[in-house]
Write a protein that binds this ligand. Structure first.
Ligand code: GLU
Length: 317
């Protein structure tokens, strides 16, 4: 089957080194197999992801030479490529699950959920305590009068695992490690887990390369693929880039944003440095994305988060 990879950035700010690193690996992984690449802008939360940021991301990716065959500007037969324009597809998937009795409303606020005695996982995420799982129709009716509910998928006490192309076997018990998870928020926004599954399947994506922070979302997504009768892609989870002090990079790290980096160096200088951190380029010497195709090798990419050395991106090499 021909390889189809994708970039799926959420444009809630200017693209930063962590996103670029993932996009570079996604691009190299797909292109090395002669595959195609899709750009999909994950702007479901339009209040946080204004259109302009998405357009800026596309322009930044183009500057980096990370080309795509389908997506904004390129067009293609699987559009629209902005998630905010694809909500009818998410609604249809939700209705399919609802019709099978797999969805329940949940009236809990974030604070209530946090306070509930659900076990907290090591990574700080909470497990849904099941508070609204067994409400009677009358209780639902009554609560609806004062609050609009979120919608959650009922999950069974089952292990769901997979073999990650980079990190190996990963398994979670859906009920114990996560609990009933969100499909739609109380404000009506569809949840990432549902949208990403519907879109990757509808767009014919065969491999997903993304940050290791999403590794633990994958069992939930595989369960959705199963329920919706869709074929899952292969998954590769890439190490996260950490700031020199060991914190996870975020859009708030001004030094890691392209607004700071782009005026300082060429795209080739930036890619050479990222490839060096990715373990598949022997020095930080400048390289185009095309040139890196000959060097890229998943086996060389670290399996743990990568700390950016102090000052590493402050100067061109
Ligand atoms: N939109 C997500 C992000 O920017 C990525 C989702 C995915 O790759 O599955 O973190």
């Amino acid at each position: 089957m021909p390889t189809v990879g994708r970039f799926a950035p959420s444009p809630s700010g200017r693209i930063h080194l962590g996103n670029i690193f993932c996009c570079l690996l996604a691009w190299l992984s797909a292109r090395q197999k002669g595959g195609r690449v899709i750009l999909r802008i994950e702007d479901l939360d339009t209040a946080r992801c204004p259109r302009w940021y998405g357009e800026q991301m596309a322009a930044d990716l183009r500057w980096l030479g990370l080309t795509w065959d389908e997506g904004p500007e390129a067009g293609g037969s699987h559009g629209p490529y902005w998630q905010s324009e694809r909500t009818a597809l998410y609604q249809a998937a939700l209705e399919q699950l609802e019709a099978r009795g797999l969805v329940h409303p949940c009236f809990c606020t974030r604070a209530e959920l946090h306070a509930a005695s659900a076990p907290h996982r090591e990574d700080g995420q909470t497990v849904y305590p099941g508070t609204c799982r067994s409400l009677t129709p009358a209780q639902v009716e009554e609560r609806r009068r004062t609050r609009s509910p979120a919608l959650r998928l009922r999950v069974p006490e089952e292990d769901w695992g997979f073999t990650d192309g980079h990190l190996g076997v990963y398994t979670e018990n859906l009920a114990r490690d996560c609990g009933d998870f969100l499909l739609r928020r109380s404000d009506g926004l569809f949840a990432y887990q549902l949208a990403v599954v519907v879109d990757d399947a509808a767009m014919g994506v065969t491999e997903v390369v993304r940050g290791a922070d999403l590794l633990d979302s994958t069992p939930r997504q595989l369960y959705l693929y199963h329920l919706l009768g869709l074929r899952p892609p292969a998954f590769y989870h890439a190490p996260l880039l950490l700031a020199p002090d060991g914190r996870r990079l975020s859009k708030r790290d001004a030094d890691a944003g392209l607004d700071t980096l782009r005026p300082r160096m060429t795209a080739e200088e930036l890619l050479g440095k990222l490839a060096y951190l990715g373990g598949f380029h022997p020095s930080a010497a400048p390289r185009t994305a095309e040139e890196l195709l000959a060097e890229f090798d998943w086996d060389r990419v670290p399996r743990r988060d990568v700390r950016i050395p102090n000052g590493f991106f402050n100067t061109a090499s």
